[in-house]
Design a protein around this ligand. Structure first.
Ligand code: G1P
Length: 308
């Protein structure tokens, strides 16, 4: 049976090609969202959901991530000597957040392969997977709820959202099961998953319920991943392993999808990245009031066609 969820795995080996040239010399996870690198929001979300142990599965050129979650003695001393307590606290926050571990993926064989690399670290308990491209600004509420559903039902739990039908080819898409099983008691709707498919063309998509980069998985997923061959794009797909778990609700608890109604940003997409910046800037304790004022007054003029 699955135990309490205390560990999170964050795959962070991707090349960030969607954001070139900004990501030529900087890992995509380090792109700032207002005043923190995008990856810090993801770690904060895990911590807010009660997880204190984070394993990042990284690759070459990702040392800035390790530096970010480590201490910087010289900088801390300089800020302390200046009496700049606010910045000192902000610098220390990143390395005091969680117990962060790193493991290299080795070969870029796909998301399923990156998750499989975490097998030894995770052990025999259920664990969370958070994809760094997705930013969900909800103080960890969705992930905490997913963990509660995993603990209550013994199922692996994935977060999904409805996407426009023409975008199904960017996501793992689920087929809801036709069942009269009562799945309630959660803050948001729960759906038993009959099957999953990675990035189907719109004409082949069984629904428009898309996986949004948050998973709470039973440890049996590792054994399945070990025998999962290359799928879509020639990569070992996590979605394909979940398909096998979904097909075996008696043995491994099956898969339940939680339909998250809140906002989620894909920071690998330029427009979404800008929207995430605007939302978080508007909520920011220091610059929030000025940003909201600017959005109400001057920002509308930017919506005019250039030269109009
Ligand atoms: C991955 C998953 C996909 C999921 C998506 C969410 O794809 O393979 O199933 O829907 O993340 O962001 P990627 O965006 O890494 O290509």
């Amino acid at each position: 049976m699955a135990g309490a969820v205390t560990k999170a795995v964050i795959p962070a080996a991707g090349l960030g090609t969607r954001f070139l040239p900004a990501t030529k010399a900087l890992p995509k996870e380090m792109l700032p969202v207002v005043d923190r690198p995008a990856i810090q929001y993801v770690v904060e979300e895990a911590v807010d959901a009660g997880i204190g142990d984070v394993l990042m599965v990284t690759g070459r050129n990702k040392t800035p991530l390790e530096n970010h979650f480590d201490r910087v003695a010289e900088l801390e001393e300089t800020l302390a000597a200046r009496g700049d307590d606010a910045r000192l606290a902000a610098v220390r926050a990143a390395n005091e957040l969680a117990d962060v571990h790193y493991l290299r993926q080795g070969q870029p064989l796909g998301l399923g392969h990156a998750v499989l690399r975490a097998k030894q670290h995770v052990g025999r308990s259920s664990f969370a997977v958070l994809l760094g491209d997705d930013i969900i600004v909800d103080g960890g509420a969705m992930l905490a709820e997913m963990i509660a559903v995993n603990e209550r039902t013994g199922a692996s739990v994935i977060a999904v959202q409805e996407v426009p039908h023409e975008l199904t080819s960017s996501y793992g898409i689920v087929t809801p099961a036709e069942t009269d099983e009562a799945l309630d008691g959660a803050k948001w709707p729960l759906v038993r998953v009959a099957s999953l498919v990675e990035k189907p063309a719109p004409e082949d998509a069984p629904s428009n319920l898309a996986i949004i980069g948050r998973y709470v998985l039973r440890p049996e997923v590792f054994e399945v991943l070990e025998r999962t061959g290359p799928g879509r794009g020639g990569e070992i797909q996590l979605t394909d392993a979940l398909q096998e778990l979904a097909a075996d609700p008696e043995g491994t608890g099956g898969v339940i999808a939680m339909v998250f109604p809140g906002r989620r940003y894909d920071t690998g997409n330029k427009l979404d990245y800008l929207k995430a910046n605007l939302e978080l800037a508007a909520q920011h304790p220091e610059i929030g009031p000025a940003v909201r004022e600017w959005l109400r007054t001057d920002a509308a003029a930017l919506g005019e066609e250039p030269g109009a």
